[in-house]
Ligand binder design. Structure first.
Ligand code: C2E
Ligand code: MG
Ligand code: MG
Length: 708
């Protein structure tokens, strides 16, 4: 500097201060050290960024202040070497701020000394490259993810040409990276999905930039596999420029496992046929399908006849073989789309997609009957087939199977190798009957039943000979219900005997009640055929009478319904004889309506014949009815049985009957059936009328009996 002019010095001085300004304002970090590498000066950028103030670090070694745990030791060694050799160097370095945060710098360091007119030492200029280092790191991580992912990753351009694939892709598909670069991923297509499926996939990607789903593809070796695939469209800064990233994993094993589970839940292990659960599911679908096509379905239930004897004779393993063979044969017999399921041991259900005709069912039984060889022996099986047709039988899937099952039971009842068709109307009737029986059972328990009484009168002197007990149901909602509305349901049911016994007890209870009130009356009790034929009937009557020794059995008449054909006339005759021995009377009710009236007349020990009201109603106008009534009366007289005519609605009827020789009458013309509580009053009034004389006598029905 000594040999420079002052002007020059000015300029140089000027330049120095400009350089000082440069050092002050550059965003780069500038440090000046002494020969030993200890801080001598740092610029404000250094101070600002690192947090170290010059006065705090002056004289300290740079490495001690800025380097830290993760600063690369190799780099540090190299720097030390350079410094030692007084040489310039460049390096990327990880340094630490005062607060301990790491940051990356690219450092230029060069030695200075007397040649430059300064104290010997180093100047280092560092620029912060943390951002670049971080993004390099991010890229390195991304690359390692790409390379090491277990998911296959496939990158395609906007024309869907493969740009890159990762190793997992090659592992799953069997294609190397080089084999597929530039190709369309459709090389993987298995052909399992329709073009529409892929169209919809691309449509979704266009709209949402994303798609996720399962796809069946094919590996290089031809094997199909299932993948769970997600495709993302990634847009680049340039408009209209994008690429696709597809990632997928191989879920074939998972799928197979799910299939196994499904198989276990829905298929029969022995035959491999669908089980009941799957059948129901298929039937539900078939039902809606049939509705849409306005078509029918047939549901069959097949049960092998006497299959347990096969098991007993040949052993269970052989039985299983037979079932397997049969399952295969039946499957072959059916049309594609029809379904056969194994429902239980030797029970199969078959779903036919139409209202199949009879020959189809015959064919099924025919297949069952095809010869089988078991343990070297030829055997033939038979089966019972129950069938129901949808929509005639408009039940749900479960109901349809149940009805086919019911029909199968009916087929069994017919014998071996039979077919029975479920009848929905009959079933409806049965269901109604079942529910009615339940109601009646409850009615018995709740004492809703009541006996009404209708007088029976002697045609010659008008005296009351007895009352017929007639059942009524005081229904809580329907009011008074007549027997014709509920007795048909009771007929041949488990309620017939309990109800019959109730009637007997109740009628006798009333009889006793009236007697205790001072009036002795007779009562006729209707006895159903089943009740009469019940083994306990005579014993029941006997026991009951014994419990009521005051009661005169002669006051009780059993009315046996002639119209209900008595299966075993001999036995009926025995029972009735026994009852007569106990002192009871027997009347043959509804005479003339049954099939063997004359036989009954001859064989049954009876005290009275009741002519059915159907002949009486029209006998005044209808010559044939009149002839029947006359003949019955004639017959009864020949057998020396008194006759009672029912359904006497007018005095003209009574008059005609009297002339024909009929003994007793009963009918609305005298009185309608009445509650037990009215019987005594009515009896009294009737007696009074009988006793009455005078001008009005003609108008009262009682005295008209006497006058004629
Ligand atoms: P049934 O034993 O022949 O009884 C006579 C039926 O004729 C009674 O009908 C009675 O109300 C009706 N009747 C009587 N006079 C006339 C008439 O002048 N005109 C018309 N149109 N009908 C008349 P109900 O009470 O409805 O009984 C019907 C049938 O139900 C009885 O016929 C009997 O077979 C049966 N039944 C009634 N109560 C019992 C019972 O306690 N046990 C059994 N097993 N059957 C009973
Ligand atoms: Mg009767
Ligand atoms: Mg009758």
């Amino acid at each position: 500097m000594t040999d420079k002019s002052s002007n020059e010095q000015d300029i140089v001085g000027n330049q120095d201060s400009r350089l000082a300004l440069l050092a002050r304002y550059t965003p780069n970090m500038v440090m000046i050290t002494d020969e030993a590498g200890c801080f001598d000066w740092v610029n404000p950028s250094f101070e600002n960024y690192t947090g170290y103030m010059l006065q705090d670090i002056r004289g300290k070694r740079v490495g001690d202040v800025l380097f830290g745990d993760d600063t690369d030791p190799e780099t540090i060694k190299r720097i030390r070497q350079k410094l030692y050799e007084n040489e310039a160097f460049e390096a990327d370095l990880l340094q630490y701020t005062r607060s301990g945060s790491p940051y990356w710098v690219h450092s230029h360091c060069f030695p200075v000394g007397p040649e430059q007119g300064v104290k010997p030492g180093f100047i280092a200029i560092q620029n912060n490259i943390s951002d670049r280092k971080n993004s390099e790191r991010g890229l390195r991580i991304a690359a390692s993810v790409f390379d090491r992912s277990h998911e296959a990753i496939l990158i395609t351009d906007h024309n869907n040409r493969i740009l890159d694939v990762n190793p997992a892709f090659s592992r799953i598909t069997g294609y190397s990276r080089n084999e597929v670069l530039g190709l369309n991923p459709s090389i993987l297509s298995s052909g399992r999905h329709t073009p529409a499926y892929y169209r919809s996939m691309w449509h979704t990607i266009e709209r949402t930039d994303h798609w996720r789903g399962e796809i069946w593809n094919r590996r290089k070796n031809g094997e199909e596999y299932a993948e769970l695939l997600s495709i993302s469209r990634v847009h680049l800064d340039h408009p209209g420029q994008f690429y696709h990233v597809a990632a997928f994993s191989d879920i074939t094993a998972l799928k197979n496992h799910a299939k196994e589970l499904n198989r276990a839940a829905n298929y029969d292990v022995l035959t491999g046929l669908p089980n009941r659960q799957l059948l129901e599911e298929r039937l539900r679908a078939a039902r809606s399908h049939a509705d849409r096509l306005r078509r029918g379905l047939s549901i069959c239930y097949l049960d092998l006849d006497g299959f347990n004897t096969i098991n007993e004779r040949f052993g269970h393993a052989a039985g299983d073989e037979a079932l397997k063979t049969l399952a295969e044969r039946l499957t072959q017999t059916l049309r594609s789309g029809d379904i056969i399921a194994r429902i239980g041991g030797d029970e199969f259900a078959i779903l036919l997609h139409s209202n199949a005709s009879d020959h189809v069912f015959q064919r099924i039984l025919g297949t069952v009957g095809d010869t089988l060889t078991l343990a070297g022996e030829s055997i033939t099986l038979t089966g019972s087939l129950g069938v129901t047709h949808y929509p005639d039988d408009n039940s749900d899937a479960e109901g349809l199977i149940r009805h086919a099952d019911q029909a199968m039971y009916s087929a069994k009842e017919k014998g071996r190798n039979q077919i029975h068709f479920f009848d929905p109307r009959l079933d409806e009737h049965r269901r109604k009957r079942r529910s009615q029986l339940m109601d009646i059972d409850r009615a018995l328990e709740n004492e809703e039943l009541e006996l009404y009484f209708q007088p029976q009168v002697n045609l010659h002197d008008g005296t009351i000979t007895g009352y017929e007990a007639l059942i009524r149901w005081n229904h809580p909602e329907l009011g008074l219900v007549a027997p014709k509305s509920f007795l048909p349901a009771v007929e041949n049911s488990h309620l017939e005997v309990p109800m019959g016994q109730w009637v007997v007890k109740e009628a006798i209870h009333q009889l006793n009640h009236w007697r205790e009130a001072g009036t002795t009356l007779s009562v006729s009790i209707n006895i159903s055929a089943q009740h009469l034929m019940d083994r306990s009937f005579a014993d029941f009557i006997e026991t009951y009478l014994r419990l009521h020794p005051d009661l005169d059995p002669g006051l009780i008449t059993l009315e046996v319904l002639e119209s209900t054909a008595l299966e075993d006339t001999q036995r009926a005759s025995n029972v009735l004889s026994k009852c007569r021995c106990l002192g009871l009377q027997v009347a043959l009710d509804d005479f003339g309506t049954g099939f063997s009236s004359l036989t009954y007349l001859r064989t049954l020990p009876v005290d009275m014949i009741k002519i059915d009201q159907s002949f009486v109603f029209n006998m005044l106008e209808d010559a044939s009815d009149r002839a029947i009534v006359e003949s019955v009366i004639f017959l009864a007289q020949r057998f020396a049985h008194p006759v009672l005519a029912e359904g006497v609605e007018t005095m003209a009827h009574a008059d005609a009957l009297k002339h024909m020789g009929c003994n007793f009458v009963q009918g609305y013309g005298i009185a309608r059936p009445m509650p037990a509580g009215e019987v005594l009053d009515w009896t009294r009034q009737w007696q009074q009328l009988l006793d009455e004389e005078g001008p009005d006598a003609q108008h009262n029905p009682a005295s008209s009996f006497v006058q004629r």
